[in-house]
Design a protein around this ligand. Structure first.
Ligand code: SF4
Length: 177
């Protein structure tokens, strides 16, 4: 069982490792890692992969003046959320899913949602070179994504707590949770 002391040591170790890689680490990143355990764990997982780390903490790229290393062509950035937003959306969706006790939509609801998404102009094939989509592919999520949130359509329609983000479809989007 993880004790409070273990958790503190883990936090210190991750922050120290990040500081060693980015000596000018900003206070805002440190306080985010202080408040958000999930972010801390994601940083720990991404520590050895600079591209993933940059997507998770875009401030690091700005600090290091490494924005030019971003893999996103400008045009794609206009059409889809940024890598950081897509990852953040996925993390938020995962939190809701966990909080619901891993509730899945009934099959008929899932099919209705899929039918709506398949005929929606925001249902797109993700560019494979985008970091966020490489990550979701690694997690086993392939296929089309919603252009508005960047989430996998299959995952989105399957998870009971998800909803369509298209506000033009009304208060609950084109389909609701
Ligand atoms: S979630 Fe909504 S906006 Fe996104 S593809 Fe499906 S119907 Fe379209």
């Amino acid at each position: 069982m993880e004790t409070e002391c273990d958790a503190t040591l883990f936090r210190v170790a991750i922050v120290d490792a990040l500081k060693a890689m980015h000596p000018s680490l900003s206070v805002s990143i440190l306080s985010r890692m202080e408040e958000d355990d999930l972010l801390l764990h994601h940083v720990a997982v991404c520590l050895e992969t600079p591209e993933f780390l940059a997507a998770l903490l875009p401030e690091l790229s700005a600090q290091s003046g490494r924005d030019s290393k971003s893999p996103d062509p400008a045009q794609e950035t206009k059409e889809l959320p940024s890598n950081a937003e897509i990852i953040q959306n996925a993390i938020s969706a995962a939190k809701r899913f966990l909080k619901s006790g891993l509730a899945l939509s009934p099959i008929d609801v899932r099919e209705q949602r899929l039918t709506v998404c398949k005929s929606c102009e925001h249902c797109v094939t993700p560019p494979r070179q985008r970091l966020a989509f490489k990550l979701t592919e690694t997690a086993g999520l392939k296929g089309p994504v919603c252009r508005l949130c960047g989430c996998s359509i299959h995952a989105k329609t399957m998870v009971a707590t998800e909803r369509c983000p298209d506000s033009s479809g009304g208060r609950y989007g084109r389909w609701s949770a």
